[in-house]
Design a protein around this ligand. Sequence first.
Ligand code: GTP
Ligand code: ADP
Length: 218
Amino acid sequence: MGPPGSGKGTISKRIAQNFGLQYLSCAEFLQDIGTANETEASVLVKSYIDKRMLVPDHVVTGLMLPRLEQLSGHSWLLEGYPRTLGQARALNELCQLDMVISLNIPYETLRERLSDKWIHPASGRVYNMTFNPPRVKGKDDITGEALVQSEDDKPEALMTRLRHYKDVAKPVLDLYKSQGILHAFSGTDTDRIWPYMNSILSAKLPAQQSESHLPPVA
Ligand SMILES: Nc1nc2c(ncn2[C@@H]2O[C@H](COP(=O)(O)OP(=O)(O)OP(=O)(O)O)[C@@H](O)[C@H]2O)c(=O)[nH]1
Ligand SMILES: Nc1ncnc2c1ncn2[C@@H]1O[C@H](COP(=O)(O)OP(=O)(O)O)[C@@H](O)[C@H]1O
């Protein structure tokens, strides 16, 4: 968990790779559904994503939980789910989480990072012009296509997203704190947070697993 731009995607991929976990990003999963063949669910999901609103709890949960059930027998890392108390309660019904990670990053750092963030819309690949720049300025490393900046990452939009994040996340963080599974990390640099996170995860997680690919979306 963490506010927009806190580095959830960046650090999740690092964790999944280092510990051999199946990685599932809720936003990417919903994006794939929204762009898949037209079904009732895909149209609904797309309509919320396009309005930059959270997909209603019962819809996102109805999609995520069966996906997680497909991963039973694997160890996984979820990014961006649960985001609301309703989603957290639904997930609790399915399984007991081992650990919840929360990133506390100062506002000024978020603002600076996001003003420097560029994405490749078709794949969702994310770049930062100082932290992880593309090989060729303005172009995606894999396809060579143009990178764009999101309206959502401009300072005015960021303030609104941040306020919204705090309101929605607080009860979820409180729940996980009461369960004793919340680990919060504060800092301004992913690379400085990483060694602490790595040592806590190393103490909790069994030896690395070898899996690296998710089973395909059904
Ligand atoms: N300068 C700098 N940029 C970073 C650091 N960690 C991540 N970034 C960049 O900051 C931006 C946000 O990182 P993400 O991993 O996309 O963060 P997120 O929390 O998943 O963001 P949302 O998808 O907006 O919720 C990206 O452009 C990253 O490349 C860091 O330590 N320093
Ligand atoms: N857990 C979730 N619950 C509901 N909707 C979600 C969830 N995760 C992602 N989404 C949908 O996917 C979109 C993109 O998510 P994300 O990349 O995390 O960006 P944002 O920070 O704008 O929410 C959201 O605007 C929302 O429509």
